[in-house]
Design a binder for this molecule. Structure first.
Ligand code: GLC
Length: 815
């Protein structure tokens, strides 16, 4: 029965009962509110819920939440409706807080911890962050603001901070530009950018995290927003830094310093670090698009072994697949993958294969069929499948933001793991689509149950792909650590993967760009990073290739790679002289491995970035800000790669203190520049005085059975210096059960003596029994050497007084 309306029952609407904004004229279009930017107004009140305080201006609300003693999170809700508190970057926004307090004054509210205070002005809703001494470290220039987005719903959201006159800016991922971002405006939208150029933006990754450095004091801002985001570092207006987004929530973390190092460590405390990689992943890797057929792969493997050039991994690019169908083999090129991988493994090589997200539309292909049957593929706004062309032709794409899809994807690696594949390289996951770049905005995603269009999921698509890969491999690997690389990433991807900088070019400019990009990635939370050594597209000459290998030794991830249309490019491709130099440097990587591995441990365990720009080492020295090529690897080794052709020497600045020139062991005073010779077989390389550097013998691949004793290079200093050595199985997760050793060696020198004290933590047992110590730079003549109170003999080896001692020594005195 149709409803009837009793006209008499309808009351005429009274003007005064109308809520503001409700339409009551005949032509509703006339009176529509205009879309303008809206700003927070005067604060009218607040409510507290535990460590979270919500302030309101009567319409909009701002939450100020104490995350840890040094981190405060701010969120804006334009109509007081906060969005779901879910983040792919920050798995847990509740850390340990020792103490927090709230105070109301006449003009302000303040939320404080032991170290930081967030002050909120009542009148204009401006926020500022202060240290314990009340110094303002960071403050709003303009109240937070927003603008309605009529096309998609939600808001464009904006935050504008004061840019101090001298302030420098660091971070934001892989931007191929100067280290200091002041004066730049940039976008975060993961993009496939083949042969990118200096200053090009955006590239493959979105890491909306920056560090501000003003008069020697640093802080960080992490804008956790996965939509297309923008940063303007005093570019449009010299006194303002802004960040904004096309959607989502204005949500950011203020991360207190004052040291840049603390800021990065604290950023890692909320977004995670890279787990300890398998040791072989830190060796030299050889890649090319593509090594095939099988005989070519053997030829490359033999090329390394017959020339005694160390190498741990060979990569198979897309041509190993059957018609570029992921998880299949081209049986013509690779008739028996298991046999080949076993043969490579017998020679000490790991096999790493590429995987792309595009799944060929082919009803006879099991992966496509499974994905289709289980509805794992992305769909458009109107429910059509998201289709696009990539290597295999017409493809559909898994929705990696769906936990079930990730679970399925992880399991697909079973076949590859069963035949012995040791690592997976995740490519094209921006996602890249030929012709149109990426997915259209209307593609829908599960977003772990929180739903979203591609506008929201685009920047995390690659991250969720490599997460699925990592989690799958971890399950399939029988307790062995997975190894993954990804091209696209969002903040937090470091929990699942290493990264490389994508399709660079074989030019000197790109070598220099790599030096900048890896430092930037490292301070942006992506420490396990590398470039395509030699340059992906174009042809390097031998000199460029060798200089790139030299930089590669001090790149956390060391892999040579080249595009398919280039000439063959292995370390022996440029004549005998350069081959010898390439060998020498790849050997150096293996000699440094125990040091490198210990630096990775410091990263995994404590969140120290692996590469550290000069500014990070000496942030109070303003004249360091323009220095871009010197950086340290960990805290004991400093380099400045050669990035120009024909360069015979290079000016290198060394931080305050003393540094040993690695090749001559001459001691140089820091706090000033030095002119360092750069013959083809040397790069500027320095060891911090007082360091104890563990060294492996040269090996052709990581094989701890070859370590008969651990060499320790002891660099004398007349101060006290701590060095750490980390050791474990090298490829299992037993370290999570304390099956590792963390050794601390404290060196203390004076005019006539040198003392070393060792303490050891953990439950692992090394294979070797002794250390061999080289004493470098002793300024006195040795009278005697005491090891745990017993006099021992020493001899000269390699020009240094040398002793061989029990690995468990407690105390050594050289006098
Ligand atoms: C992309 C990758 C590159 C790879 C190629 C073929 O361009 O960035 O590294 O070799 O695809 O798979």
């Amino acid at each position: 029965m149709a409803e009837t309306i009793n006209k008499d029952a309808i009351e005429p609407i009274q003007e005064e009962t109308l809520e503001s904004g409700i339409q009551h004229v005949n032509n509703p279009v006339l009176d529509l509110p205009q879309i303008v930017k809206k700003y927070l107004q005067k604060i009218t009140g607040y409510v507290q819920k535990g460590n979270s305080y919500v302030f309101t201006d009567g319409s909009a609300a701002v939450e100020v939440k104490v995350v840890s003693d040094e981190i405060i999170r701010v969120r804006l809700a334009p109509h007081s409706q906060f969005l779901d508190d879910f983040s792919y970057a920050v798995p847990n926004p509740d850390q340990h807080v020792a103490l927090y307090a709230f105070q109301e004054e006449e003009d302000t509210y303040s939320v404080s911890t032991n170290t930081v205070t967030c002050v909120i002005n009542k009148e204009d809703f401006l926020l500022s962050f202060q240290d314990r001494e009340g110094r303002v470290i960071n403050r709003d220039h303009t109240p937070m603001h927003w603008e309605e987005n009529p096309d998609f719903g939600g808001y464009y959201v904006y935050c504008t901070k004061v840019a101090e006159e001298q302030e420098a800016f660091y971070g934001v991922g892989d931007k191929p530009t100067h280290l200091n971002l002041r004066g730049k405006r940039m976008t975060n939208w993961n993009s496939d950018t083949y042969s990118f150029s200096f200053d090009q933006d955006p590239l493959y990754r979105s890491i909306p995290f920056y560090i501000g450095l003003n008069k020697g004091e640093a802080y960080g801002i992490f804008f956790d927003n996965t939509f297309k985001t923008y940063f303007d570092f005093a570019a449009e207006k010299q006194d303002q830094t802004s960040f904004w987004s096309e959607g989502g929530e204005l949500q950011y973390y203020y991360i207190h310093g004052p040291h840049m190092m603390d800021v990065v460590k604290r950023y890692h405390s909320i977004t995670g670090t890279h787990y300890l990689p398998p040791l072989w992943a830190l060796g030299f890797h050889q890649c090319r698009w593509s090594y095939y057929p099988e005989s070519k792969v053997y030829e490359i493997a033999n090329g390394f072994r017959s020339r005694n050039i160390p190498c741990d991994a060979i990569y198979l690019d897309i041509d190993y697949m059957d018609g570029y169908r992921c998880f299949t083999w081209n049986k013509h090129y690779f008739p028996n993958p298991k046999k080949m991988i076993k043969a490579l493994s017998d020679q000490g090589f790991k096999t790493v294969v590429i995987i792309d997200p595009g799944i060929k539309v082919d009803d006879n292909y099991w992966v496509f069929k499974e994905g289709k049957e289980n509805k794992y593929f992305c769909r458009r706004g109107d429910d059509y499948f998201m289709e696009g062309h990539v290597w295999p032709g017409r493809c559909q794409f898994p929705d990696f933001t769906n936990p079930e899809t990730r679970e399925w994807w992880g399991g697909l690696f079973k076949g590859l793991v069963d035949v012995g594949v040791a690592g997976v390289w995740n490519d094209m996951n921006e996602p890249a689509v030929f012709g149109r770049g990426t997915f259209p905005n209307d593609v829908r995603h599960n977003y772990d149950g929180y739903r979203g269009s591609h506008r929201k999921a685009h920047n995390v698509y690659g991250m969720q792909m490599v997460r699925a890969t990592y989690e799958g491999l971890k399950k399939l690997n029988h307790g062995k650590r997975p190894f993954t690389i990804t091209r696209a990433a969002y903040a937090g991807t470091q929990r699942y993967s290493s990264v490389w900088t994508g399709d660079n070019v074989a030019t000197w400019e790109h070598l220099r760009l790599g030096v900048l990009q890896l430092q930037r990635l490292s301070v942006s939370g992506m420490s396990f990073c590398g470039t395509d050594i030699g340059g992906f597209s174009g042809e390097p000459d031998g000199e460029l290739f060798t200089r790139w290998i030299q930089f590669g030794v001090f790149s956390p991830f060391m892999r040579a790679h080249s595009a398919g249309d280039t000439r063959e490019r292995e370390p022996w491709s440029f004549g005998a002289d350069l081959e010898a130099i390439n060998r020498k440097f790849i050997e150096l990587r293996y000699q440094f491995l125990p040091y490198i591995y210990s630096v990775f441990w410091e990263h995994a365990q404590y969140g120290f970035p692996i590469l550290r720009p000069i500014t990070m080492l000496e942030q109070a020295v303003d004249t360091n800000i323009p220095r871009e090529e010197e950086f340290s690897f960990g805290d004991k080794v400093l380099t400045s790669p050669v990035v120009n052709p024909g360069q015979v020497s290079k000016k290198v600045y060394l931080p305050v203190g003393y540094w040993y020139h690695y090749w001559s062991n001459i001691v140089l005073k820091g706090g000033e520049e030095h002119e360092i010779a750069t013959p083809m077989d040397e790069i500027p390389l320095f060891i911090k005085a007082g360091a104890v550097i563990p060294e492996y013998p040269v090996m052709q691949y990581v094989d701890l059975r070859q370590v008969e004793f651990l060499k320790l290079r002891v660099y004398y200093a007349d101060v006290e210096v701590n060095s750490f050595i980390y050791e474990d199985h090298g490829d299992t997760f037993a370290y999570e059960q304390e099956i590792y050793l963390e050794k601390k060696i404290v060196l203390k020198g004076d005019k006539n003596s040198l003392t070393l004290n060792q303490t050891i933590d953990g439950l692992f047992t090394e294979r070797y029994e002794t250390y061999k110590l080289n004493f470098i730079g002793l300024p006195f003549k040795i009278n005697r050497i005491l090891v745990d109170n017993r006099i021992v003999e020493w001899k000269e080896e390699e020009g240094f007084p040398t002793i061989q001692v029990d690995k468990d020594f407690r105390n050594i005195i050289v006098e």
